[in-house]
Design a protein around this ligand. Structure first.
Ligand code: S3P
Length: 430
């Protein structure tokens, strides 16, 4: 589906962004691993998180979808049922990387995971390696990519340093650790989102963090009664960017998750002199169980270029395409470094962002691990291909509103992966 976005005269009004995708995936998975029913309020019903509900059903959990809540009656920590055929993860990288943590502990059972064309280009060796150290066996096509099969086993606890900062890989190890034979420690080279740790803490698991290391103690069972999913800061980021870029805008975004590990984009934007007000969570030394929320108040303003350093990257990983877009409108240069992980997302986001924005008139260059944008007073407009990547489609739409001549997005339907109703929300605010 191709959709044209004309230059906007300003976005105004209030919006409730869709529920958080990362937290929805985790709530459904922990619900499936739990011993008692879990009530998930404000679950995200989008393509990715529907894949997760279907996956846990196939594994023996009972899922009841009610208005504004989902009840998951779990199969239990060690009781996943071996399904007849492969589990389809669709486009969901988070499902593909977290689920093997649970499945690795299912002794004597095997599970095959597969997904769409984009998923088949995304590496799984990063989870296969730590799971193998714990005693499970994971076999992937061509060693690195889906489809792949997990042969469950009795797991050992490990102490493991992750080579890349990835919340998905960290979470996979933490889930496997629940059924291991002692305490497992995972270290990450830079802090990444910690929703799994917080939710495990609320499930009665013994877990603590010391700097970049998390230690989790094995458990007999999970007891997680209720999860309230906040608004997704990564989905809200598109509206935030639109509000900051389009003159005359003034937006109020309600109940957005402001966990410190997810608000890197807002901090970068504030450094660029963007006007975003809200009660963001501060970085804390200790691990917290709750997920903080805040309203965010956004207004148009003139931006300045900035440098995004490697340790900030995991805290804004899904919003970096928007940093590139903001850079086109900022004074001076905007540089992102240490973001080679972008090449392994739903598309190669260094290539697709640089080609896409370049085609709209941006002065932007790819580097091996990021990009350099020279602010050129905005964007002309034109046509951008989403390449099946939801975040690229939505970035194209925002670019259109802020451009001089408008933008046509090829493949706008990709937005359904994380933000159903995105185009309708934008139209309402314009
Ligand atoms: C996610 C972690 C990030 C992010 C993805 C969601 C998660 O991936 O890009 O959209 O929910 O844990 P990596 O952990 O692979 O960087």
């Amino acid at each position: 589906m191709n959709v044209r976005f004309e230059p906007s005269a300003g976005l105004t009004g209030e919006l409730r962004a869709p529920p958080d995708k990362s937290i929805s995936h985790r709530a459904a998975l922990l619900g499936a691993m739990a011993s008692y029913p879990v009530r998930i309020e404000n679950y995200l019903h989008a393509a990715d998180t529907t894949s997760t509900l279907n996956a846990v059903r196939a594994l023996g959990a009972l899922v009841e979808v009610r208005p504004n809540e989902v009840i998951v009656r779990g199969a239990g920590l060690r009781e996943a049922r071996q399904p007849e055929g492969p589990i389809d993860v669709g486009n969901a990288g988070t499902l593909m990387r977290l689920l093997p943590g649970w499945l690795a502990a299912q002794e004597g059972r095997s599970f095959t995971l597969d997904g769409d064309a984009s998923i088949r280009r995304r590496p799984v060796d990063r989870v296969a390696e730590p799971l193998a150290l714990m005693g499970a066996n994971v076999q992937a096509a061509g060693k690195r990519f889906p489809p792949f099969t997990i042969h469950g086993a009795r797991l050992h606890s490990i102490s493991h340093e992750l080579p890349v900062a990835s919340a998905q890989v960290k979470s996979c190890v933490l889930l496997a650790a629940l059924a291991a034979d002692g305490a497992t420690t995972v270290g990450e080279p830079a802090r990444s989102r910690d929703h799994t740790e917080r939710m495990l803490m609320r499930s009665g698991v013994t877990i603590h963090r010391n700097g970049r290391h998390v230690t989790v103690v094995n458990a007999d069972e999970l007891v997680l009664e209720h999860v309230l999913v906040p608004g997704d800061p990564s989905s809200a980021a598109f509206m935030i960017a639109a509000g900051v870029l389009v003159p005359g805008s003034r937006l109020l975004l309600r109940d957005i998750g402001v966990n410190w590990t997810r608000t890197g984009f807002i901090r970068i934007l504030q450094r660029m002199q963007g006007i975003v007000l809200g009660e963001l969570e501060d970085e804390t030394g200790e691990l917290l169980a709750s997920e903080p929320i805040s309203d965010l108040d956004i207004a148009h303003g003139q931006l300045e270029g900035t440098v995004v350093e490697p340790e900030e990257v995991p805290l804004a990983i899904d919003e970096l395409p928007l940093v590139a877009l903001l850079g086109c409108f900022a004074e001076g240069e905007t540089i992102v470094r240490g973001a080679q992980e972008l090449r392994l997302k739903e598309s190669d986001r260094i290539a697709t962002v640089v080609d896409g924005l370049g085609g709209l008139g941006a002065e932007i260059e790819a580097t091996e691990d990021g990009f350099v944008v020279s602010g050129s007073g905005g964007l002309r407009g034109g046509v951008i291909d989403a390449h099946g990547d939801h975040r690229l489609a939505m970035m194209g739409a925002v670019a259109g509103l802020a451009s001089r001549e408008g933008v046509e997005v090829i493949g706008m339907e990709a937005a359904e992966v994380s933000y159903p109703g995105f185009v309708a929300d934008l139209e309402r605010l314009c």
